[in-house]
Design a protein around this ligand. Sequence first.
Ligand code: ZN
Length: 318
Amino acid sequence: MEPIKGLHHVTAVARDPQRNVDFYRNVLGQRLVKRTVNFDSPDTYHFYFADETGTPGSVLTFFAWPSMKRGVHGNGETNAVAYNVPTGSFGFWQEHLKQNGITPDAIEKRFDQDVLSFSDPDGMRVELIASASKPIAQFWEEGPIPEEYALSGFHSVTLWLDEVKPTADLLINQMGYQATGQEGSRHRFIGDANTMGNIVDIVHRPGKMQAGFGAGSIHHIAFRVPNDEKQLGYRSLLSEAGFQVTPVMDRSYFHSIYFRERGDVLFEIATDTPGFLIDEPADSLGEALKLPEWLEKNRKQIEQSIAPLTLNAIEKVK
Ligand code: ZN
């Protein structure tokens, strides 16, 4: 099998949809590239935040469930998502986050890179990792953040697990990742290509409490494959290795299969095709509520059951 090159998207849970959009779009400067509903629960929003065009490896999505209780961080989940930011941008981010009510943690070193971590308004862990390499993500010109400081796609995700080996075996033997080092309890695995989101870190936490799912939890992480054929290849390979893999599901913008890895984290494999431009033009991405064809007949009901959403004017940050 062709090795996995990195992440496609990460999906998490928020409570207040307006607060979620205001934070990721207006504060962090991620473009809302798609506004839709949870296909399995169409009375709730599903937002996609990404670079200018929704490049795989930059896509953070949220289900907004206003009545959801807050999650508890623990083992068996993806604990954090990390973005690339340019070196020299931490002063800007510390100040900008504080002005928006978020106090970041002290800067730490991780595998020779500086990391600035904070919790989003729902308690989800977000990390900014200073990277000297040239950005691959497409800068959002209309966004609030100057290009010299802007987030540039995913750097990595961090899984919190009771045991390292079963998940490491999956990453290495089935998915084509390589173990590249260990720093304390953190084990690093790197995907086959030098692209956005090609790193998975496992933090080994033997005997620690299991996570409780809720708002601020990362629901699943999706790895990318170029097309349907490669996805079916992975479906057979993972099934043969004993994983319970779902049938292919049509998520409009990509096709998905899901399975739980041995440490209980939900993994997805998603196709790069057809992408976010399939149902609206690049210049108006995210502005209208998009529904798949089979939900269009319920549009009126759906629009009445979800809270109205305002795309607040972007204030350019200096
Ligand atoms: Zn997904």
